[in-house]
Design a protein around this ligand. Sequence first.
Ligand code: ADP
Ligand code: MG
Length: 697
Amino acid sequence: MITAVGALEAPFTGWENLNPHRVARLARLGIRRVEDLLFHLPLRYEDWSTILPLEHARPGQSALVAGVVELVEVVGGRRRQLLCRISDGTGRLTLQFFHFYSNQRKRLQAGVRLLCYGEVRSGPAGLQMVHPQWRVLATDRSGSSEKGFKPVYPSTEGLDQAFLRRLIHRALGEAMAGRMGDELLPRRLREELGLPKLVDALRLLHAPTSAEAASELMARRHPAVRRIILEELLAHRLSLLRLRGRRQLAKPAPTLQGTGALLEAWFARLPFRLTLAQRRVMREVAKDMGQARPMLRLVQGDVGCGKTVIAALAALTTVEAGWQVAFMAPTELLAEQHYRTFQRWLAPLGVETAWLTGRLTPSGRRDHIKRLASGEIRVVMGTHALFQEQVVFNRLGLAIVDEQHRFGVHQRLALKNKSGMEEVQPHQLIMTATPIPRTLAMTAFADLDVSVIDELPPGRKPITTVAISDARRGQVIERIRHACAEGRQAYWVCTRVEESEACQTEAAEATAQRLRESLPELRVGLVHGRMKGVEKETVMAAFEAGELQLLVATTVIEVGVDVPNASLMVIENAERFGLAQLHQLRGRIGRGAAASSCVLMYHGPLSQAAQARLAILRYTQDGFRIAQRDLELRGPGELLGTRQTGELHYRVADLRRDTDLLPQVRRWAAILLRGCPDRVDALITRWIGEAERYARV
Ligand code: ADP
Ligand code: MG
């Protein structure tokens, strides 16, 4: 690998003579090419346009002041400091310097006129400024020779503002001379939204001319900055769309048209009827699979809406057509649960299903791999273990990925070469755990088609949700006693955020112990992430069979677990969780005939904001609304899970703030893709980089 510095130096050579350290530091700010300088936008602006009379200066305010030096002294003590008092006739101000050079000191002479910019503070001797920016003014000039607003850039250690300003100023000059910063937005789009040209926008952004413009720019509301945001959003969407296009063109998929024989037999045995939404999504999936263009479809829907049924339908269709299915889950626990569900559904139809788990014996594993390669196993469940090199399919026609937000794009694609057939790639069906607000789905999953199951199976009882302080733990325990005495089952979720899994485990063990003592008549089980697979399964199976009444768990049960008789859930430290995650946890109950309740136990006192957050869960059970609120409160990274955040890293755009631009982004991405491939390339290069991160996967 080339060293970071070496690799980065090249883009600036011949343009600016920068030493490797500076190049590396610029790279830390995301500035890797000269053009990146243009898009390194100011955080705020210093107003150098108006001099503030000292009598109006107030502590806490950043201001430009001018005055004549009255007194200069270096005071000793442990830390030497230079004090310099200035006066403008209306008031006095002391400048304080802890670091200074002797030549600086020489320039600060009594009688000299200074222009200073800094934060006004109140000190022992009245108003002061610590380390202000300052310049000596010609004595005969009364006004500021500096004009307008100075940008303050996001920076990093070792890069000062003056350096960044100089570099960016130079880049801006080149852009204005037409040597870089090409206009990439079509004129029609700019006119439609009233957005300025790129060079005009950049000039204003780096040097606004009025206080109003500066404040609108800082708030990211000004058309000049909105056009930059639009460009970035557009570039991201284009790169995902292009990726999708490439994947679909790379190789065809098998056309999977079932005979209907297995499906009919399965439907006949299914104890419920599909909801209308399930039927609609089923049609969408079947249509995709019947085509040679590889399906890339995301199925999203609230917890408990019945996504597994869709997976089964797609799997059966694939098997009918004579192909194999790989079904991936984010955890062993969930993979196993799907395995058991599919065993129950498919074994009676004579479809061979297997579970490729990390805990198979070596010979068991070899056997599975052999039977997969021979095509004997038709449907295989597993975690990422399925991606491993040795696993080769006979005829893989469909890959199903459950609870997608836990897999990154990279994993999404790793299966594509696993079909066992050189000339085809499998269809992909992806299911999310978290309902994703439409706007976010459009951006984060632009490379996928989306189906939404927007209806829950009938007969679901609403879950009553309450927030209770952990000071009332005793009452909560009584509730569990009561519910279990009536034959119901309960979860107790112990959560420690941001601590190691070891700490979580410890906390869960301690909680289980205490609950066993408080509830001696109940059979209490414990499941956590550090348990061995077998142990975990034994506990889960016992809970599912009703042998355990209370299950103490860490968030391993967050996704997918389905035990309809469990109708009470207690979540500890609920205030520390994201809404979407709480909703997901809560989705483990409310699946059976009994009325369910969820106790959000918090460690008080709660801030108003935290109260308001938990209240949202009390008022609504609509996962899409909850996800929307979570997006607004915590941003897309939290909502989609950490692995996805890298892919949503914007330089300027913010999905919470800029959602209103997304419809335009969507529309214009399609137009550009059809009509202007060159611009598409240029936009992707500008915002995402030459390598186009995704191209590698
Ligand atoms: P999720 O969408 O969260 O993965 P599941 O697929 O686990 O939900 O389904 C939740 C529960 O609802 C399961 O017990 C499943 O058998 C049941 N279910 C699914 N579809 C229906 C339906 N149409 N009518 C009744 N119950 C259904
Ligand atoms: Mg599920």
